[in-house]
Structure formats: structure tokens, C-alpha cells
Design a protein around this ligand. Sequence first.
Ligand code: HEC
Ligand code: HEC
Ligand code: HEC
Ligand code: HEC
Ligand code: HEC
Ligand code: HEC
Ligand code: HEC
Length: 565
Amino acid sequence: MGYKNQLSVGLGLTLLLLGGTALGYVTEPSKPAAPEEKAPPVELVNTSECYSCHTNIEEFHSTGSHATVNCAYCHDAQEHLDKAEEDNIGARPITLMNPDVCSSCHLMQYNSFVEVNLHSKARVEKASFKSRSPMFDKLIAGHGFAKEHAEPRSHVFMLVDHFIVDRAYGGRFQLKDWTHITDGRGAAQGAWTVLTDAEPETSEQKAFLPQTATAANPVCLNCKTMDHILDWAYMGDENENAKWARTSNVVDFARSLNHGLNCFMCHDPHSAQPRVVRDGLINAVVDREMGTYPYDAEKSAEVTMTKVTFKRGGEEGEDFRAIGLLSKPDSNVMCAQCHVEYNCNPGFDTSTGEYSVKMTDRRTNHFFWQNVLDYRAAADQINFRDFKHAATGALLSKLQHPETETYWGSKHERAGVECKHCHMPKMQTPDGQSYTFHGQRSARYMKADTCVSCHEGWSDEEAEYQIDAIQEYIRGKITKAEFWLASFIDIYSLAKRQGASEEVLAKARAAHDEAHTYWEWWTAENSDGFHNPDMARESLTRSITISQDAIKMLREAIGEGIDKI
Ligand code: HEC
Ligand code: HEC
Ligand code: HEC
Ligand code: HEC
Ligand code: HEC
Ligand code: HEC
Ligand code: HEC
């Protein structure tokens, strides 16, 4: 690519110190410990004994860079081994899901992973005048996101923030008190160390607080944690060997989960190879043959994903779960496990117009894997919309954080830049050890290690100015799209009251669906256009034009001109 990739030791250090102080973590970046020295005292097992039954694991473990890492670091398996010898089935060993198991050998990655960035504020409501979508509640009327829709903050909080958001569990789960809002250490140890449950003895989804909703379901949690990786069958289908499924009681499921974003989501624990585990992504890339880059066959051929299936009930047993091994580390694909538009809820079947798609239906765990311009066609293909707008009755989509699909086709993506170059730069410890910063945060707070390392000659200030220019321009377009959509909704109601024909109203509802998608994508996406300014402009200006044309049509149907707005 020919860009400079210089490591800026100074800023890396400052960031580490900041995060460390805020949390009370190790504040002095130190050399990652050699495995033998710092690993917790574990009673090592004889791996060849384990291999004798687990030949599939042997294939991964014995050849990769973890070949010397004993099973016992991650599995409490001695009893299993003893019992396994007796009856050839054995007691189920404990598998440790927490990131600390990796920290003994990969300290710098772990320390940066659990850092809190205090500049990224908590509970910033998107439907506020300070955020990107002041008209959100009117435009989304009828959907649970109108209860609370917050901007993202540090990764270490992802599971806690899901449990406490007002739209998910009716306010059942709350922080023990507000001081825990910065408790990254607690959140990293386990979400339940910082939370309370209003009714621990019941598992019912109901409103415990006013102005809350109970919209959570087990699929949502797959974009927060993989603690359940051994208890969840592929795609969340019901399965006699699976403790949890799409249809499980979500309160019980939630209580069984503890750690956000497990390290093993991107790294195979046995071979240390790059991988993904999110079933919806594996389904889109491999089963539906869309590839890792659906708009670029060449890049898809370069970064391939191999689906490896694990059975239950021995070699002859049935397929249970799957992982997707990557031919090379590609953070665009790793981050796409969560930073994508996916469907994760019941909804409307557009072939009947009924609210009939239940959690039993695989459409409730679906990655569309399309950009904003092709999104509606993909939703039509599976006859799905999320909700009915309270004012117009149009069936509409609710987008989720589509950072990856937005990024495709941008100038940066075309030039081979990945998410990691801006959100997880390479840094150095004082004694010169290089490591990848794992506290994925906005590039705004580490411009020297990101923007400036490629755009030679820019100062930090200039890099910031570049980010702001794109964001200010696109936020302007978002506001205009919201203004015209809101006007459309008012005029739709007026036209209906004044007796506009069902033919005109039906056309208007179809226009609402289109204008809505071209706008809402950019409220759900979190870069305010930076990831792909050209696509943002194209989509938002389409939204504005469609709303204006629909307003004109409705006005004409009731004998008024567009100038009356
Ligand atoms: C660095 C941590 C780590 C080490 C070391 C490790 N494992 Fe695992 N193992 C895991 C995790 C995490 C899972 C959960 C499934 C996954 O991540 O794919 C797992 C899953 C498994 C499974 C379940 C596979 C299935 O059928 O679903 C078996 C069996 C297993 N490990 C055996 C072993 C054996 C044997 C060793 C030593 C030779 C070993 N593991 C070493 C972390 C580890
Ligand atoms: C007992 C020590 C130990 C533990 C525990 C451990 N690792 Fe490793 N890891 C190693 C060693 C040794 C290497 C190979 C040498 C190196 O690359 O530094 C390695 C390499 C890696 C690599 C680089 C792979 C490559 O080929 O470039 C990744 C990624 C990785 N480990 C992830 C993890 C994750 C995730 C966990 C926890 C689930 C974990 N490790 C737990 C010792 C450990
Ligand atoms: C398991 C799902 C998951 C994966 C994988 C994931 N993220 Fe996130 N990410 C989240 C969630 C959820 C949040 C919001 C957390 C919150 O607000 O509590 C988030 C927040 C962020 C933020 C905002 C942080 C801040 O300080 O405001 C950035 C930046 C980010 N992710 C980048 C990435 C990048 C880059 C990758 C890939 C290397 C990635 N994420 C992988 C789920 C994920
Ligand atoms: C005599 C055969 C045998 C030996 C030896 C053996 N296992 Fe297993 N192990 C099994 C069987 C059978 C299962 C259940 C697999 C299934 O459900 O399909 C299992 C399951 C597992 C699982 C998955 C548990 C889960 O939560 O789903 C892990 C992890 C595991 N073994 C680790 C180990 C480790 C580590 C060793 C060595 C210390 C070991 N096993 C030795 C037979 C064995
Ligand atoms: C060329 C640099 C660059 C690349 C590549 C990039 N981003 Fe970003 N990203 C940014 C900037 C700049 C922002 C805006 C941050 C801000 O306003 O503070 C941002 C914002 C975000 C946010 C919201 C952060 C916040 O603080 O609210 C997330 C999440 C995110 N990016 C994820 C990703 C993912 C996933 C990828 C890869 C598919 C990616 N980014 C690729 C530069 C980049
Ligand atoms: C969202 C995906 C993701 C998660 C989760 C993740 N990593 Fe990584 N990790 C990466 C990427 C991307 C790289 C850089 C790979 C490359 O391009 O060389 C990396 C690199 C590494 C390496 C290789 C050495 C280095 O620093 O470049 C180690 C070791 C590692 N990670 C350990 C961990 C540990 C420990 C955790 C949990 C605390 C973790 N990772 C969680 C994406 C992830
Ligand atoms: C890994 C290297 C790399 C990093 C990191 C990087 N850029 Fe770039 N950037 C490029 C390359 C290469 C191009 C030129 C693409 C082209 O001209 O086709 C580019 C293009 C741009 C453009 C023009 C985009 C457009 O659509 O016209 C802007 C603006 C920009 N970068 C700003 C930034 C900012 C701000 C950051 C930090 C948040 C950043 N870049 C981080 C390599 C990088």
C-alpha cells in the first residue's frame, strides 16, 4: 500500500496510563509475561491422553502456535479425564470463558482490552438534540428502540449495557448503584458483579419501571458474548444437546452469561488461528455463499472462511455447532460478527402483512450482508420487516449498527485499510515489544497511531479536522432527511383524514419504507458518515427526495401544493 506505518510509542503509553489509572489496573505497561513464568498455577494434564479421544482438537492444537499451551489453562478437566476412562463418556469439564485465562500469557492485549475510555460517555441517547437523531422517536414510533437508544461506549461494558438498557428487560436489571457506571474492572470480571435483579425468583419479562420495554431475546446476546458457545446449537435452533436456543426464556439465559466479547471470538483457542464464531455470519458467508466481501469476488477469494462443524454424541453423532476459520487475519470480517445489520427479533411477514415471524423462525437470526442500497431487496427476499409505524402503518425495517457494510466500497476499504488500522493500532511497550492495542475505540483518541501514521505530514489537529468535516456534512444531511420524513408523516395523517384514496396511501407507505431505510441506516451506523462519506450522501439524499416526492403526491391527492409545508 505504500503508507508509513510508524509506531508512536509516546501516545500509546499515555493512553495506557490513562486507562490504567481510571480503572486501578496495572498502570505500567510491562513486558508480556513468558507463559512459564506468570501463568496461574494450573495442574497440567497429559494432553496426549486428551488427544486419544478428541482427535479433532488434536488437529488444531498440536500444529498451531498454542501447541505448548496445556489444556488445563482453559479446561478444568482432570475429573472428566478420570471418569472418561471409566465409562468413556465422562463428566463434563469446565471450560473457562473469561478473558483473564489469556492474560497470563498475553498481558498487553488483555490490559488494553479491558480499558475504559472515559471520553466516550455513557448513556448518550441518540434521540437527543446533542446526538445524531433528534427526531428519532417520531420516526421510529411503534418500535422498542424509542425507549432508549444509546451511543456505544467501551467494549468492556457491552454485556452490562445490554442488560440495563430500558428497552430490553423492562428495567429488571440495574447497576447496584450509579457509581458502577465506570466499573470496568467489575464488568470484566463478570456482568453480575455490578448488577441487581428486581425479582431474582421470577423469570418473567415485564415492565418493572415506567417507560421501559421488554424487547430482548436470546439472539441479541450473540452480539455481546459467546459464554454459551458450548450450549448453543448452530443458528440457535432447538436441539436436545443445547441448553439455550432462540426460543429460550431470555431472562434465564441472561443470568447465565457473564463476559462481553470473549477473546476466543476472533482467535481459535486451540490453534490460535484467526476465526469467527458468530453463526449468522458463517451462515451468510459460507452456507449462503456470499463470501467475505460480497461486492468483491477477488477479495473474497483472498480472505476465505472455512466452516468447521463440531458434533455431539461422538464421531457418529449429529452436527451441533460451527466455527469459521479465516485464511488470514482480517479485522473487517472479525468485527463483522457484531458491527453489522442483522435481524434478531420477531416481526412481520410481508407476504401476509401479519406479525407472524416468531423466534422459532430462522429469519430471527439473519445477516443480510448487503449495503444500504441493496438492503430492501434483501429484506424483500425473505419477506421480512421489523415493525409497523404507529402513524402511517407502513411496515418498516429497524437497522442495527451496520459499520461493516457501510465501510465496503469506501476509499479506505478499497485501499486495503481495515478496521484495526483505525481502531486497534500496533503499539509498543517501553522495552520495545510490539503488540496490537485491543481496546477498540474511536480513532479520534489515538490519531497519531492511526490517521497520522498513514497520512504523513498531518498534525493531530489536522486529522481531527478531517474527521469533523465529513461528520458535520453528513450530520447535516441526516437532519434534513429527518425533517422531510417527519413532514411526510404529518402530511400522511392529514391526507388520510381528508379521505385520500387507499391507492395513494399504499403508494405513500411504500415510499415511507424506502425513505426510512435510506435514513435510519445512518442513525444506527456509528461513524456519522466517516466510514463512507460518498455512500452516506447517496443514501441520505435519496431519502430526502423520496420523502419530498411522496409529500407532493399526498398534497396533490387532497388538492394542496407542496409549498404549504
Ligand atoms: C487457550 C484456551 C484453551 C486451551 C489451551 C484448550 N482449550 Fe479446549 N476449548 C476452549 C474454548 C474457549 C472452547 C469453547 C469452544 C470454542 O471456543 O470453539 C473449547 C472447547 C473444547 C472442546 C469442545 C469441542 C466441541 O466438540 O464442541 C474440547 C473437546 C476441547 N476444548 C478440548 C481441549 C483439549 C483436549 C485441549 C488440550 C489439548 C484444549 N481443549 C485446550 C479453550 C481452550
Ligand atoms: C500458557 C500461555 C498461553 C495462554 C494461556 C494463551 N496463550 Fe496465546 N500464545 C501463547 C504462546 C506461547 C504463543 C506463541 C508465541 C507467540 O506468538 O507469542 C501464543 C500465540 C497466540 C496468538 C498469535 C497466533 C499467531 O500465530 O500469530 C494469539 C492470537 C493468541 N495466542 C491468542 C490467545 C488467546 C485468545 C488466549 C486465551 C483464550 C490465549 N492465547 C491463551 C501462549 C498462551
Ligand atoms: C461481540 C460483538 C462485538 C465485536 C466482535 C466487536 N464489537 Fe465493537 N462494540 C460492540 C458493542 C456491543 C459495543 C457497544 C458497547 C457499549 O456501549 O457498552 C461496541 C463498541 C465499539 C466501539 C465504540 C467504543 C467507544 O469507546 O465508544 C468501537 C470503536 C468498536 N466497537 C469497534 C470494534 C472493532 C474495530 C471491532 C473488531 C476489531 C469490534 N468492535 C468488534 C460489539 C462488538
Ligand atoms: C476416553 C475419552 C475421553 C478422554 C480421554 C477425554 N475426553 Fe473430553 N470428552 C469425551 C466425550 C465422550 C465428550 C462428550 C462429547 C460429546 O458430547 O459429543 C467429551 C467432552 C469434552 C469437552 C466438551 C464439554 C462441553 O462442555 O461440551 C471438553 C472441553 C473436553 N471433553 C475436554 C477434555 C480434556 C481437556 C481432556 C484431557 C484432560 C479430555 N477431554 C479427555 C471423551 C473424552
Ligand atoms: C480510516 C479509519 C477507519 C476505519 C478503517 C474504520 N473506522 Fe470506525 N471510525 C473511524 C472514525 C474516525 C470514527 C468516528 C469516531 C468519532 O466520531 O469519535 C469511527 C467510528 C466508529 C465507531 C463508533 C465509535 C464511537 O466512538 O462511537 C465504530 C463502532 C466503528 N467505527 C467501527 C468500525 C468497524 C467495525 C470498522 C471496520 C469495518 C471500522 N470502524 C473502520 C475511523 C475508521
Ligand atoms: C474482535 C476481534 C478480536 C478479539 C475479541 C480479540 N482480538 Fe486479539 N487480535 C485481533 C486482531 C485483528 C489482531 C491483529 C491480527 C493481525 O492483523 O496481525 C489480534 C492480535 C492478537 C495477538 C497477536 C499479537 C498482537 O498483539 O498482534 C494476540 C496474542 C491476541 N490478539 C490476543 C487477544 C486476547 C488475549 C484477547 C482477549 C483479551 C483478544 N486477542 C481479543 C482481534 C481480536
Ligand atoms: C492504514 C493507512 C490509513 C489510515 C490508518 C488512515 N488512512 Fe485515510 N487514507 C488512506 C489511503 C491509502 C487513502 C487514499 C485512498 C484513495 O485515494 O483511494 C486515504 C484516504 C483518506 C481520505 C479521503 C476519503 C474520501 O472519501 O475522499 C480521508 C478524508 C482520510 N483518508 C482521512 C483519514 C483519517 C481522518 C484517518 C484517521 C481516522 C485516516 N484517514 C486513517 C490510508 C489511511
